[in-house]
Design a protein around this ligand. Structure first.
Ligand SMILES: [Zn+2]
Length: 323
């Protein structure tokens, strides 16, 4: 029996206007035994760097002797946004598709982001499962998003092991907003359409390496490998809350300063009409909105960035589908 191999290959994603080649590193872990192929990437939104740290630690944690199958890992899927510590690419590079996670599976003759995605798609299309690592705001409960009704993706999400799972309706089941915002071009959605079960962990905190979030990510990847039979061991039984994505968002009716209820923490259960905080006029101190939960559920995001404009999101309360 062979010991397995690890290779790191530099792949050119696209050429920039100056002629400089935009490249990234693709790690390939081939196990000692045959098995499925798992594709994992991080930082297609470049400020979401916890996923990159997760892959560095995973690199140290994974045992090639124990591995069955192949793991393909891309720690910096989008070097442009990574260097800019941003969510989207500068207009100069791609004014048509500034968000890389709206263009999958890409287009080799399209805009910069479409071409980058098309090149990475070559690494992806043979995979049996996909984990696309993202991170959320500092004030968000880590969770995994999967396509509602996709049982295989649901099992991957369960294996990853966060306390909260969010199902998202897609394509013909999805809302007008989902289509308008181009969510059909998310990697997870495009992959599911090709029959590759896929999940999007949203670890907490962008721009900072947050120890808890990173540990959640490393453990989650190892559990996904165990679930797929790529590493020995069984995935433990879990108690998880399943809720639906993109619902229960409480937004600012008026602009001002938002002071969240200091006793609230993400992960807490709230009831419909529970007080979440106050938006006030910073000059007159006059309250302009008492924000309340619009449903019973789990509070999974509560903004701590207090200067809010009308329409901004203040909180998210996930409707619990299963306990
Ligand atoms: Zn993201």
């Amino acid at each position: 029996m062979s010991a397995g191999t690890h290779t790191a290959e530099t792949v050119t994603l696209e050429r920039l206007p100056s002629g400089v080649e935009l490249s990234t590193t693709v790690h390939r872990y081939r196990g000692a035994a045959d098995g499925p192929t798992l594709y994992v990437q991080a930082a297609q939104h470049g400020r979401e760097i916890n996923g990159t740290e997760v892959l560095r630690r995973f690199h140290d944690a994974v045992s090639l002797e124990e591995l069955s199958g192949t793991i393909v890992a891309v720690p910096v899927a989008n070097p442009l946004t990574f260097d800019r510590v941003s969510y989207v690419t500068p207009e100069e590079f791609d004014s048509v598709n500034p968000n890389m996670n709206r263009v999958w599976p890409g287009d080799a003759d399209g805009t910069l982001h479409q071409r980058m995605a098309a090149r990475l798609w070559e690494e992806i299309e043979g995979a049996d499962a996909i984990v696309d690592l993202h991170t959320g705001s500092p004030d968000m409960l880590p969770h995994v998003v999967y396509r509602e009704g996709d049982d295989e993706a649901r099992r991957l999400a369960t294996a990853f092991g966060t306390d909260l799972l969010l199902s998202e309706e897609a394509d013909e089941d999805a809302s007008e907003e989902w289509h308008r915002r181009g969510f059909a071009g998310k990697l997870r959605v495009a992959a599911a359409r090709e029959g590759i079960p896929s999940i999007t962990p949203e670890l907490a905190h962008n721009k900072q390496i947050l120890e808890d979030a990173v540990e959640t990510g490393v453990d989650g990847l190892l559990e996904v490998c165990r679930y797929l039979g790529m590493l020995p061991g069984a995935v433990p039984e879990r108690e998880q809350i399943v809720a639906r994505n993109h619902l229960g968002q409480v937004t600012a009716d008026e602009s001002g300063l938002f002071r969240p209820d200091p006793s609230l923490a993400v992960g807490q259960r709230v009831a419909e009409r529970d007080w979440l905080g106050t938006v006030y006029n910073p000059q007159t101190y006059e309250p302009v909105q008492e924000a309340t939960a619009d449903r019973d559920g789990v509070l999974y995001a509560l903004t701590q960035e207090s200067t809010v404009a009308a329409g901004d999101q203040l909180a998210s309360v996930a409707l619990v589908r299963e306990d």
